[in-house]
Design a protein around this ligand. Structure first.
Ligand SMILES: [Zn+2]
Length: 495
């Protein structure tokens, strides 16, 4: 084998791990090794000879686990991190974020996505589920050069007059170009949808032989695409065994839009079900606007789910139904969505947030434990994206997407292995952000003790700062005229 991480606290997320215990596959002095990116050894360290490896990494005092799978990300928006938060949900896009995002150029968006990628990698994320218009630009300019694994979802939106950047966000009041009355549906722009579908199809050809890129269709939401287009997308996905990644039941604006288009009392899930569009091809984002019965129906139909705890709590004041969907038996992953509002894309912070919000939401400290959070963020995310045959656990034959955390970090230390492994809760609840010591994607090292391999993170931050200053300055008058409560906060010296 070419690489062996040995003498480590191994957490494989594979219950069949040789020498491992429990669903997490914990091996106290474990080792994981790979050849050409394929995992060839998982198990006790004393059952493998380090001399068999060209390179050995000392895992003593470290926890080694699968890299995190961030299922739902709109990476461009990191360029305007901080632009909108702490505002009433209805204002978030139309009056707070929107006037600023209008001044983001495609080149700014690339730098935003690069910042997203750096933050994600630095916390142990190895797969990003990017969701964007012209997603190939971000794959080619950001994710692929960094060596991240990416599920590239092309946004398909048929609302007229929508800018490239603004249609990549997803709050329920976030559709696009300014304020739109959801009760008065506009005619769909079918040509726009056809062009987007064309871009999606091109992804499948372009990345057919790329082991790190998995394309997906992204019909943005049922109130944003025509039923004809959605049927066409789902037919293609079913025929070719591809994923349809769609925002589903994301709140009041969508609910009103669906009633306006499909009739009083109609809901997104009801319309999709009646049209025969539910099934295991579908990855549904959010679902907080669905009923419990509807979510049970989705899980029964094999629909996968992604919840975005920080984002939906920050923007909508709602805890996404991650725990409930697991109880229905559905596959669930976690996403960080976009930086404005929830703050960013740090994997461990999102795990902590997911677990704590679930506890508070249920009034039950057992609602989501540290092990459950780890599961959702690794193998759960891989199942949600349909790539669990390749990643999500450290298992022989899978690809070596691996994160190694230093257990000596402040906030995580001390850790003990007897009578139980405190490193697991300590990492989920106590991490402060600098614990990652090494990360590998497809067996290639992306992070070392010196930082992200082959990239000057300081230069990316400097460029992002420069661009953000220009964007916010250009947007200042429009932003003030839009009159969000953030304007009052600024005038009161609170921001
Ligand atoms: Zn989204």
């Amino acid at each position: 084998m070419d690489t062996l991480v040995t003498d480590t606290l191994l957490v494989t997320m594979d219950p069949d791990t040789p020498g491992g215990s429990g669903d997490l596959g914990i091996v106290e002095r474990g080792a994981v090794g790979w050849t050409d990116g394929e995992i060839v050894y998982v198990g006790p360290a004393d059952a493998v000879d380090p001399a068999d490896a060209e390179r050995t990494i000392d895992g003593d005092g470290r926890l080694t686990c699968p890299g995190f799978v961030n299922v739902h990300v709109h990476g461009r928006h990191s360029i305007v991190r901080g632009a909108a938060q702490d505002v009433p949900e209805i204002e978030w896009m139309d009056r707070a974020l929107g006037p600023i995002v209008d001044h983001v150029t495609p080149a700014d968006g690339v730098v935003g996505a690069r910042l997203t990628a750096l933050e994600a990698i630095a916390s142990g994320t190895t797969t990003i589920g990017e969701y964007a218009t012209d997603v190939a630009a971000l794959v080619d300019e950001v994710y692929r050069p960094l060596g991240l694994r990416v599920v590239a979802t092309e946004t398909i939106n048929e609302l007229p007059d929508t800018s490239d950047v603004r249609d990549s966000d997803d709050s329920d009041d976030s559709d696009d170009s300014g304020v739109r009355d959801p009760d008065e549906p506009v005619p769909f722009d079918r040509e726009r949808g056809a062009a987007a579908l064309g871009r999606a199809e091109a992804l499948f050809e372009r990345y057919a032989d790329d082991p790190l890129v998995e394309p997906a269709y992204g019909p943005q939401a049922l109130d944003m695409v025509s039923m004809d287009r959605l049927r066409e997308v789902v037919d293609r996905a079913r025929a070719a065994d591809r994923t349809v990644h769609m925002h589903v039941a994301q709140g009041d604006r969508e609910r009103r839009g669906i009633e306006a288009r499909y009739g009083d009392g109609e809901t997104t899930v009801g319309v999709l079900d009646a049209a025969g569009l539910l099934g295991d091809h579908l990855l549904a984002a959010h679902l907080h606007g669905a009923t419990v019965d509807e979510r049970a129906r989705l899980a029964d139909a094999g629909v996968r789910m992604v919840g975005c705890p920080s984002s939906i709590t920050a923007i909508d004041g709602i805890v996404p139904p991650i725990v409930e969907y697991r109880e229905h038996g559905g596959d669930v992953g976690i996403g960080t969505d976009q930086a404005p509002g929830p703050g960013g894309h740090h994997a461990l912070r999102e795990l902590r947030t997911a677990a704590l919000l679930a506890k508070a939401d249920r009034g039950d400290p057992t609602a989501l434990d540290a092990a459950g959070a780890l599961e959702i963020a690794t193998i759960g995310g891989a199942r949600a994206l349909g790539i669990d045959d390749r990643v999500g656990s450290l298992s022989p034959g899978k690809r070596a997407d691996v994160a190694v955390y230093d257990l000596g970090s402040v906030g995580v230390a001390p850790t003990v292995n007897d009578p139980f492994h405190t490193a697991i809760p300590n990492l989920v609840y106590g991490a402060v952000g600098n614990e990652l010591e090494a990360a590998f994607v497809d067996g290639v090292q992306l992070v070392s003790a010196g930082g992200i391999v082959g990239l000057d993170a300081d230069a990316v931050v400097a460029e992002a700062n420069e661009r953000a200053e220009r964007i916010f300055a250009d947007a200042a008058a429009d932003w003030r005229a839009a009159g969000s409560t953030l304007v009052d906060d600024v005038d009161a010296g609170r921001l």
